[in-house]
Design a protein around this ligand. Structure first.
Ligand code: ZN
Length: 402
């Protein structure tokens, strides 16, 4: 249906776009073209006119050429239609995107190979640490992070929120010479990924990460209200409390622990992808990656849903055993999430073993994400659910480390 826009409305629309002080000015115009990979199920839904956009489809994945403005459409469909937080991966060239969809072998490798010793024998240490985790600290971190207007990868508040995480982790790690907190810089956008490294006697790495950015709306996202209390302030608060409990207990790891707050997940898993690629390039040995994206909405009969696709089977079984051993009161199961569902896909894509324990069955996940309604009140104004994930993360780190 066509309707005429009253004159004064036209004026204010133009006015708004001219006066916007946002970082996107530093980046080429909105019709910049990008090469992305996504599940063919999603591309068929978004790009009905196949000839126009989909350049290649193989292994159930598609290479699509898009304009920046298409991102709203894609993430909306990925989220509403397929319950995926991310849903697509951005690549710097067509060749790189093609490599991703054709490179099924490293994904299969990351999926099927056992990368570590998954024995469980650190009972007293794990139970002691689990007892030290505090809901109130997780809740406070979620409240602080969701108080930023948004944590979008190209907004001023998206830089301020990363600075806050950087300073928080710095203060937790201060006084420990084996801990370094740093910013992983990304060349093509302003938001950094924040990393805390707890060096062990071995250089083998265990990565505990989640994305820190948030998103809402389709237009002018740099100024949108996107509290992202569950998606994904809850994951960052879960990682922070895990890091804090280990530091405050004087825990000294054997392996090297890496805690990460990724930038730019909502716009194509961009931060985690660059980080995983750098680990691959450095030939880092990664024993395991734990992805914490949305841990605080207790929407289903399961307390924890282990994502079964684009993750490592052996490590998933290990996580299931850790729940049965240390958190027997919790109900858990396996659920699928689809390609590029969240940052674990970046690590799997580089051949590293990753797992993603999730807050609920996919069909029952938090319906308020990617909107201004994703607030802590949707979780009863507490972090009781996220506390379960801190306990699981502590068990995972200590058992994998020993
Ligand atoms: Zn998310």
């Amino acid at each position: 249906m066509f309707f005429s826009i009253p004159r004064f409305v036209v004026g204010s629309l133009i006015l708004v776009s001219i006066t916007q002080p946002s970082f996107s000015k530093a980046h080429p115009s909105s019709n910049k073209r990008l090469f992305v990979t996504m599940g063919s199920d999603l591309s068929e839904k978004v790009f009905t006119n196949k000839s126009q956009k989909v350049l290649e489809s193989t292994n159930g994945l598609s290479v699509v050429e898009i304009e920046v403005d298409d991102m709203g459409n894609i993430s909306h469909e990925a989220h509403e239609g397929f319950h995926r937080c991310g849903g697509f991966m951005v690549h710097e060239s067509y060749e790189k995107a093609l490599e991703e969809v054709q490179n099924d072998s490293s994904r299969q490798f990351a999926k099927n190979v056992s990368f570590a010793d998954y024995s469980i024998n650190q009972g007293s240490q794990v139970n002691a640490r689990i007892g030290e985790a505090r809901e109130i600290r997780i809740r406070k971190m979620i409240q602080k992070l969701s108080s930023f207007k948004n944590r979008y990868f190209e907004s001023e508040t998206g830089l301020e929120s990363q600075e806050y995480i950087f300073n928080e982790w710095k203060s937790i790690g201060s006084g420990r010479s084996d801990i370094e907190v740093k910013k992983f810089k990304h060349n093509s956008w302003p938001q950094d990924t924040i990393i805390a490294v707890m060096r062990g006697s071995s250089d083998e790495k265990i990565v505990i990460g989640g994305h820190a950015d948030s998103i809402a709306g389709w237009w002018n996202r740099s100024r949108a209200t996107a509290p992202g209390a569950d998606d994904n302030a809850s994951g960052i608060a879960t990682i922070t409390e895990t890091f804090r409990v280990l530091v405050e207990s004087g825990y000294r790891p054997e392996k090297t622990l890496v805690f990460a707050a990724y930038a730019a997940e909502e716009v194509g898993l961009r931060g985690s992808k660059e980080m995983a690629e750098s680990f691959k390039k450095n030939n880092d040995t990664v024993l395991g990656v734990l992805q914490l994206d949305m841990t605080n909405y207790n929407g289903s009969d399961w307390d924890i849903a282990l994502v079964s696709d684009f993750t490592n089977e052996e490590q998933n079984k290990f996580l299931g055993s850790l729940i049965d051993t240390y958190l027997p009161q919790l109900k858990w199961g396996y659920d699928r999430c689809g390609y590029a569902c969240s940052d674990h896909a970046s690590w799997t894509g580089q051949g590293f073993p990753a797992s993603a324990p999730f807050e609920a069955r996919k069909s029952k996940m938090n319906p308020h994400i990617h909107t201004g309604r994703d607030t802590l009140s949707q979780s009863g104004d507490n972090a009781n659910h996220a506390l379960k994930f801190v306990k699981l993360a502590l068990a995972y780190v200590i058992e994998l480390d020993n």
